[in-house]
Ligand binder design. Structure first.
Ligand code: NAP
Length: 307
């Protein structure tokens, strides 16, 4: 088995924290280059622009696009046109239609396209889906509250249009809920709290209704200091499932049934290798659709400025 040469495009927090170690730990990939306008990585060939890399390195077959969502489409379209397999960090783009366009392009070009949702690779997500698959859901409660200063230090793009604000983490919760529930659901109300002078919300309260009549309530907040909360509780007619710590822990009727350390990005790269081998597309847009709906139906409240 020869390793696929891969390049990371956009060397920021997530590239350094997760993509570099996950690629290094996967024998199916070799980190061959980066595209970074600033620093790149020690000992790895760096290009200032994607165009320069695509022209100079036809041997690099795959790209992991780790930049903010607002600039992902342009890079992905160029990489696909140049016949490269593409991994999109979440959210896969700034609009739904642009990601649909990427899917069409990847199909036409016969390259792999992977719109990743890293939280879906948390250890308890698949066991939760299996536990819920034959259950009748009554009510779902999602609490996703974290400290924006801790997780996005100095990042301007998250407050700009397309940066999603609190939906940047909130979409992770939605990626889990859309994966584990046995039936689809749709938004019925949304309240968005925008800090005065900002273009993206710092908090959101959402209500959804499921096809089977159940309700999903979600509270996203970026102002939480101290312990962070990433919990999803699903009440069914035959017991209650609780996912904690972003999907790393599962509890059934108050009893812990699983707790496993973070291996989300190892799962992502194992899946990307599969998709490359069959030149397939994995692009579920349902979490992004719910976020778009939340903006469409959102009642906007202005709250104190974020400094
Ligand atoms: P970040 O630290 O701000 O890094 C993004 C990198 O993208 C920058 O360092 C820059 O790389 C490049 N870039 C290209 N165009 C840019 C632009 N117009 N504005 C800013 N940066 C630009 O962001 P991040 O936290 O890594 O997040 C990147 C993506 O990963 C987002 O979609 C985010 O939702 C996702 N993600 C983040 C986390 C997290 O914990 N932070 C977790 C999971 C997923 P160069 O300096 O190399 O040019």
């Amino acid at each position: 088995m020869t390793a696929t040469n891969i390049a990371i495009v956009g060397v920021g927090k997530i590239a350094r924290d997760q993509h570099v170690p996950a690629i290094s730990g996967n024998a199916r990939f070799h980190l061959a280059a980066t595209v970074s306008s600033h620093s790149g990585l020690d000992g790895i060939d760096n290009f200032e622009t994607l165009d320069a890399l695509l022209a100079a390195r036809p041997d690099i077959e795959a790209m992991a696009l780790c930049m903010p969502p607002q600039v992902r489409y342009e890079a992905a379209a160029k990489a696909i046109a140049a016949d490269r397999h593409v991994l999109l960090e979440k959210p896969p783009g700034a609009t739904i239609a642009e990601v649909e366009a990427l899917v069409r392009m990847a199909k036409a070009q016969n390259v792999a396209l992977f719109a990743t949702w890293h939280s879906r690779f948390a250890a308890a997500v698949e066991p939760a889906r299996l536990w819920l698959q034959d259950k009748k859901v009554r009510h779902v409660s999602v609490i996703w509250k974290e400290d924006v200063r801790r997780w996005h230090p100095g990042q301007a793009w998250i407050w700009q249009p397309g940066g999603l604000g609190v939906f940047d983490p909130g979409i992770n919760a939605l990626s889990i809920v859309t994966r584990i529930l046995p039936e689809p659901f749709h938004l019925v109300s949304s309240t968005l709290e925008f800090p005065d002078g900002r273009d993206a919300p710092i908090a959101a309260t959402l209500r959804f209704t499921g096809d089977g009549g159940f309700e999903v309530e979600a509270n996203f907040d970026w102002r939480q200091t101290g312990p962070q909360s990433w919990d999803i509780e699903v009440e069914t007619e035959s017991g209650t499932l609780l996912l904690r710590s972003g999907g790393a822990e599962m509890h059934v009727d108050g009893r812990e049934t699983l707790r496993e350390d973070d291996a989300e990005y190892d799962g992502i790269y194992a899946r990307f290798a599969e998709l490359i081998s069959t030149r397939d597309i994995d692009a579920d847009l349902s979490p992004l659709i719910h976020v778009a709906d939340a903006f469409m139906l959102g009642r906007r409240v202005v709250v104190e400025p974020f400094a």
